[in-house]
Each structure stands twice: as structure tokens, then as C-alpha cells.
Design a protein around this ligand. Structure first.
Ligand code: UDP
Ligand code: MG
Length: 323
């Protein structure tokens, strides 16, 4: 059977959200009247989410889960979704219902008009802290300013992508990922659709500050050399300052002025330069660490159970064939 729509939902401890997520997606997708599949990617949940996903898969062949061996992170879960999706259009959605499934038909409509990437733009964000809103607004603009790719402002991972796009993304196996940047990088015809981002249906955010920072670093290092260039800039800046300061200090001494004398000035200069050098080393280290991770070439994720482990009907087919 050819699948038209694949829906990828990364899941990390979303037990309270799962039944409602499934119900609303099913209502929306069944109404479209075309074959669809839901790919819940269980990112090492420690609550009962895994068992519930297994239950859903057993009762509905449209549900084709991927269960990770441990927590690999939201971005990697999306990647596993791309790898397992069979649909002509692939949709990524958060499991906490902040991205309302009812918006999916709007995305599909644009896809039908010929767009290959349809991203959902957050016109409004409900029920999120001011810190999250401000840091997100700042982050999107910073990324846009320092990277070479045209990453749309205020668009998250909620989006629809054509099969052609997903096939390209599947070949991009970088370890430290920023999926929305990758999907902008590939090009194709892209368009945004506005929607109101709802508050979380239940539970707490699974994105603490630490994970947000990591994602921001992936975005910056993955799509620009800007931090490396900042080091060069500081180098030229302090060298320029020194060249200017030498004649000035010489003149001051000749004219008998005691300005710029003593330990304090030396100390400040040494501390400043030491700081700049250590920061530059740290930035270099950030890039080198990433190169090292790529060089190891480990698999991006490990699957404990894939879609084929859940569907009794398919298993029966296979047994039949091999007999
Ligand atoms: N998520 C995941 N792995 C993680 C953290 C989060 O798969 O390590 C999933 C989570 O279950 C949710 C989505 O990623 O479906 C977005 O997470 P969340 O809603 O907590 O982020 P926020 O909306 O607060 O940015
Ligand atoms: Mg959320």
C-alpha cells in the first residue's frame, strides 16, 4: 500500500499527551481520506509511554513506532522518523499538542499547490514563559544574522516536507543536528503557514535550558564559521590597539607624564588578552570536538524495536513467505 502522509512525533515521557495526540491526529487524518501512518519515535522514555505506544501499534496498523534504546535527543528522533517514513509527504509534529494537528490540512494544501517544504510559523505562543519567548526570539534572529542559510524566523520543527526533500535529508548524516536549519539548507520551494502555538496539553517541557543551549550551539556551529571569525576579529583588534598604544605611551613618557603607569594597566591588559585567547581556544575546541564526533562514525541512534516488531499481521505474512 502506498502511503501518502507520514507523521513523525518524537516522544520523551509524554504519557498524558499520547492518547489525545493519537485521537486528534486520527480524526484529522482519517477525514483526508488518504493512506497515512503515524511514526511515534520513543526517545528513551522512562515513564509508561513506550508501553502505550506498543498498545496503539497493536490496535492500529497506521501506527508504526520506532523505539530507541535510550534517550538520543529530539533532533535525532526526528532523523529516525525521516529514515522510517514511507509517505509522499512527511510531517513533523511535537507530541505535547503545542502544534495542533488541525493545522496539518493547511500544510497539506500548500503542498498540493506545489511547495516542497511547508513550515508552520508561530504567529502567537500561548502558555510559555517570558524567558522562553525572549530567548527564542533572540535566538532565531541571531541565527539568521550569522548563518549563511535563510532559516525562517519563528518557525519550529512543525512542518511538512515532500518525499524529494526527505530523501536528501536522509543523506545528511551529521551528528550534531539542527533539523530546521537542514531543511532550509536543502532549498526547494518553501513557504510558511501561520498558526497559534498552543500551551502544552499536559506535563512539563522536556527542553531544559541545557538542551536549548545545546541546540543553539548545533545551529551556530552547524551552519556558520562566525565564532571562529570572531577570534580573528579580536586578534586584529588587540594588535591594532597595541600598535596605537606604543607611540602614545612613548610620547607620554618623553613629555614626562605618568599616565598609563604601574601594575594595574599591565594586569588588565594581560587578563584581557588571556581571556580572549582562552575563549578562542574554547571556540576552536567546540569545532574540533564536533569533528572528532563525526570521525568516530558511530550510528546516530540505536533502535530497540522498529515498526516491524509491532504488527502481528505483517509478521504473519513474513512467516507465510518463508514457509
Ligand atoms: N523530546 C524528545 N527527546 C528529548 C526531549 C524532547 O523526543 O530529549 C520531544 C518531546 O517529547 C516533544 C518534543 O520533543 O514531543 C518537543 O519537546 P518539548 O515540548 O518539551 O519542547 P518545547 O516545546 O518546550 O520547546
Ligand atoms: Mg512543547
Amino acid at each position: 500500500m502506498d502511503i501518502t502522509y507520514s507523521i513523525i512525533a518524537p516522544i520523551y515521557n509524554e504519557l498524558e499527551n499520547l492518547p489525545e495526540l493519537y485521537r486528534r491526529i486520527k480524526t484529522v487524518m482519517d477525514a483526508l481520506g488518504e493512506p497515512w501512518e503515524l511514526i511515534p519515535v520513543d526517545d528513551g522514555s522512562t515513564d509508561e509511554s513506550t508501553a502505550l505506544i506498543a498498545q496503539l501499534a497493536q490496535s492500529d496498523p497506521c501506527v508504526r513506532p520506532v523505539i530507541f534504546s535510550r534517550n538520543f535527543g529530539h533532533q535525532i528522533a526526528i532523523t529516525a522518523g525521516w529514515d522510517h517514513a514511507r509517505g509522499q509527504a512527511v510531517i513533523i509534529i511535537d507530541a505535547d499538542l503545542q502544534d495542533p494537528p488541525e493545522v496539518i490540512p493547511d500544510l497539506i494544501q500548500k503542498w498540493r499547490e506545489g511547495y516542497e517544504v511547508v513550515y508552520a510559523v508561530r504567529a502567537e505562543r500561548q502558555g510559555e514563559s517570558w524567558f522562553k519567548k525572549i530567548s527564542a526570539a533572540f535566538f532565531y534572529r541571531l541565527i539568521r544574522y550569522i548563518t549563511d542559510v535563510n532559516i525562517p524566523v519563528d518557525a519550529g520543527d512543525f512542518r511538512l516536507m515532500d518525499r524529494k526533500v526527505v530523501d536528501v535529508l536522509k543523506r545528511m548524516r551529521e551528528r550534531h543536528r539542527f533539523p530546521r536549519g537542514m531543511s532550509a539548507w536543502v532549498g526547494f520551494r518553501q513557504i510558511g503557514v501561520e498558526y497559534v502555538r498552543a500551551p502544552r496539553f499536559a506535563g512539563e517541557t522536556k527542553y531544559p535550558f541545557r538542551k536549548m543551549l545545546k541546540l543553539a550551539l548545533n545551529a551556530i556551529t552547524g551552519f556558520s564559521y562566525f565564532p571562529l571569525q570572531v577570534a580573528t576579529f579580536f586578534g586584529f583588534f588587540s594588535a591594532g590597539l597595541a600598535i596605537l598604544a606604543i607611540p602614545i605611551v612613548a610620547i607620554l613618557r618623553i613629555t614626562g607624564s605618568r599616565f598609563f603607569e604601574g601594575q594595574a594597566t599591565t594586569l588588565i591588559a594581560v587578563l584581557f588578552l588571556g581571556g580572549v585567547q582562552l575563549i578562542s581556544l574554547g571556540i576552536l575546541g567546540e569545532y574540533i570536538g564536533r569533528i572528532y564526533d563525526e570521525a568516530k562514525g558511530r550510528p546516530l541512534y540505536i533502535v530497540r524495536q522498529g515498526p516491524e516488531d509491532f504488527q502481528p499481521t505483517q509478521r504473519a505474512d513474513q512467516i507465510h513467505k518463508s514457509a
